[in-house]
Design a protein around this ligand. Structure first.
Ligand SMILES: Nc1ncnc2c1ncn2[C@@H]1O[C@H](COP(=O)(O)OP(=O)(O)OP(=O)(O)O)[C@@H](O)[C@H]1O
Ligand SMILES: [Mg+2]
Length: 229
């Protein structure tokens, strides 16, 4: 039986890919069959005449996944805007059935599947005749979520708002990972304490700038993943 988790954040460019890569690497380094999937990606990179899904290639390279990066996402858009708008511009609408089928295929390949979302928790994937939000996909895949938040000024607000929104959508938040964490900073240490107290949820890891690994017990990390299908 495969297990999965969905990584989202308080916004875009917060460090979902950076931290997901470290989580998948940790599981794989400890001998577990761990994989990565990104349902949709906008803002693909143009490298040597080829369009590349940057997040997928970063995670594949960091975690040692020997598969083509393009195979790790169902929808790749060149336009660097919200997926619903990129899909509209490039006339390639997102179908939830395609994502579900690809996700199920991945669960048959890996024991621990880490799924990276787009942007923050509120992210439209489709806003045409159909309305499809990222939260609909998380529910469809029956995954719990981890929230990546930047440590620093404003972190308490953005983290609490994000967690409450996720919970209002019926999602289970398993914990928070604080990124850009500076253990020497009293502000960062206070962020962690406040967030845990206000949300009654654990900050499962604090990741410093340019960290090469995430300090977290592998068994505890595995315990956050939920059995899927
Ligand atoms: N702990 C860190 N140390 C150093 N650089 C970091 C760290 N976390 C994130 N970054 C850098 O910040 C930038 C944004 O991070 P990342 O791409 O992981 O964000 P994201 O949340 O996945 O963004 P997107 O919403 O586009 O998927 C990247 O250049 C990444 O290398
Ligand atoms: Mg990313």
């Amino acid at each position: 039986m495969s297990k999965g988790i969905f990584i989202t954040a308080t916004g875009t460019d917060i460090g979902k890919t950076y931290i997901t890569a470290l989580l998948v690497k940790k599981l794989r380094d400890d001998g577990l069959n761990a994989g990565y999937y990104k349902p949709a990606l906008s803002g693909a990179e143009h490298i040597n005449g080829e369009w590349v899904p940057g997040d997928c290639s970063y995670v594949a390279k960091t975690a040692g996944l020997e598969v083509p990066a393009r195979s790790l996402t169902s929808y790749m858009y060149r336009t660097a805007v919200s997926p619903h708008l990129a899909a509209q511009i490039e006339q390639h609408p997102i179908e939830s059935g395609v994502i579900l089928a690809d996700f199920i295929r991945f669960t048959k390949m890996y024991d621990y599947l880490t799924v990276e979302g787009c942007g923050g928790i509120v992210c439209p994937l489709r806003l045409d005749d159909k309305l499809l939000m990222q939260t609909d996909i998380i529910k469809l895949l029956q995954l719990d979520v981890l929230i990546v938040a930047p440590s620093g000024l404003g972190s308490i607000n953005s983290t609490v708002v994000t967690v409450h929104y996720a919970q209002s959508q019926g999602l289970t938040v398993k914990g928070i990972i604080l990124n850009h964490f500076d253990t020497a900073s009293y502000l960062h240490r206070d962020n962690k304490a406040c967030i845990e107290r206000l949300l009654k949820l654990p900050v499962i890891a604090c990741v410093g700038d340019h960290a090469g690994n995430v300090t977290l017990d592998t068994a505890a990390l595995c315990g956050l993943y939920k059995e899927v299908f």
